[in-house]
Design a protein around this ligand. Structure first.
Ligand code: KG4
Ligand code: ZN
Length: 407
């Protein structure tokens, strides 16, 4: 089965084509046929965070070029094969809020034939609603004219499956900051086999949650952040230290220098909710504590900044690891998985690896670092399994939902 994945939930516009077979993690194999990603980070950087309407506009501008690239790379771009599509008259209504996208898509449809694809998987949520809508409307338009069914994918399930992917992915394959086609990895990829219960720690710019799965593709959230997401805290703390957006990698880099240079501990930060008897998190107090320290030390030296970054990363890791391990013990998790943009963090990965190794026979799954942040492969993967179960969305009622929950 060939699946087209589309992701626009935040500031990454991405399109991916996979060819997959199998029924579950045991016998699943897939190949990435085409993968194109455009990161908007440089555009949002001056604002210190993602500006939803700007994100929406950029998605609308980039979806058709990325689709063209991904199809071309897959050998599925059928040039000169004009075809008569149904629903032509409905397109302007569907894309009324995205005139530039409508124009580009109309041109695209006049130029290229219907590709051999079995389903279109699109992120329906959670995320920034204006951004999500662009992807959803694009998917609906393609579904309408090509007569190909749509699968509505939960972005968080995408992060879960991405962390199970066992694939030698060439880092050239996903490009950041530029629009570029990925090279075609003709290797067969698989998913790790998972022993249940599975506990997933999902940490990103918008989410921090612990999710329990007692069986494949079933999810129960057992804890979440009560305020800021951990990635958001990384981004805000970075800004306080005068570092560019996105701040996660910047903080991580400073903290690593502090470790490497053996900078002595100058600052101390709290570990919010670490001892509380629940699986919830809170990062807003930690962020405020950093703010107070930064205000009290307006002329911080470079070493002090490194130490503050290290202490912040340590505090975040302490809380994430302690709560994850406690939940893993309580629920008898056989597998612990970490996913989402913050799971690219080397230090957090290392701390989780040490903790799970110390806890006995818990298997730890982490995503390939370059696939930890948003991409469309993570959407195509659950798209395949949902398509297999024929969980297709109704074109007329499909909605973007910024608060979509895993269930
Ligand atoms: O999953 P993602 O790409 O987008 C959302 O769904 O939110 O996550 C983006 C977040 C940003 O907050 C970014 O700062 C953070 O992931 N991030 C990191 C690292 N790389 C990305 N945080 C800490 N350390 C990193 N190395
Ligand atoms: Zn994400």
């Amino acid at each position: 089965m060939k699946i087209l994945g589309i992701e626009t939930s935040c500031d990454e516009t991405a399109v991916c084509l996979i060819k997959a077979s199998g029924t579950g993690p045991e016998d699943f194999t897939y190949k990435v046929l085409g993968n194109a990603l455009y990161s908007q980070v440089a555009i949002h950087a001056p604002y210190g965070g993602v500006f939803p309407n700007l994100a929406k506009r950029e998605h609308a501008k980039n979806l058709v070029p990325l689709l063209t690239q991904a199809l071309q790379q897959s050998g599925l771009l059928l040039e000169g094969l004009t075809f008569q599509y149904s629903g032509r008259s409905d397109l302007p209504t569907l894309l009324v809020r995205e005139p530039e996208l409508l124009e580009q898509l109309t041109e695209f449809l006049a130029q290229y034939g219907k590709p051999d694809i079995d389903a279109i998987a699109v992120t329906a949520g959670p995320g920034l609603e204006p951004a999500l809508w662009v992807g959803v409307n694009f998917a609906r338009a393609l579904s309408l004219v090509w007569d190909i069914p749509i699968v509505a994918v939960n972005h968080m399930e995408g992060h879960v499956m991405m962390s199970m992917a066992q694939c030698e992915v060439d880092s050239e394959q996903l490009t950041v900051d530029r629009r570029e086609i990925a090279s075609n990895p003709s290797v067969n990829c698989k998913l790790s086999t998972v022993d249940f219960p599975l506990l997933s720690l999902l940490i990103s710019g918008g989410h921090t949650e612990l999710v329990l799965s007692t069986e494949w593709m079933k999810y129960q959230r057992i804890g979440e952040t009560r305020d800021d997401a951990v990635g958001e805290a990384f981004d805000k703390v970075a800004r306080m230290l005068g570092l560019p957006y996105p701040g996660g990698p910047e903080i991580s880099r400073l903290a690593a220098s502090a470790h490497a240079e053996g900078i002595t501990e100058v600052f101390a930060l709290p570990r919010p909710m670490i001892g509380e008897d629940n699986y919830d998190f809170s990062f807003s107090g930690l962020k405020t504590a950093v703010k107070r320290l930064a205000e009290a030390h307006p002329d911080m030296s470079d070493d002090e900044k490194k130490d503050l970054a290290r202490e912040f990363e340590d505090a975040a890791a302490d809380v994430l690891v302690a709560k994850t391990l406690r939940a893993a013990e309580e629920y008898g998790a056989q597998t612990v998985l970490v996913g989402g943009g913050v799971s690219a963090n080397t230090y957090i990965r290392q701390r989780l690896a040490e903790a799970t190794a110390g806890a006995g026979h818990i298997q730890l799954l982490v995503p390939p670092p370059e696939l930890a942040t948003d991409n469309a492969l993570m959407i195509a993967l659950p798209g395949y399994f949902r398509a297999l179960k024929k969980e297709f969305a109704d074109l007329t009622t499909l909605r973007a939902n910024g608060n979509l929950r895993l269930s």
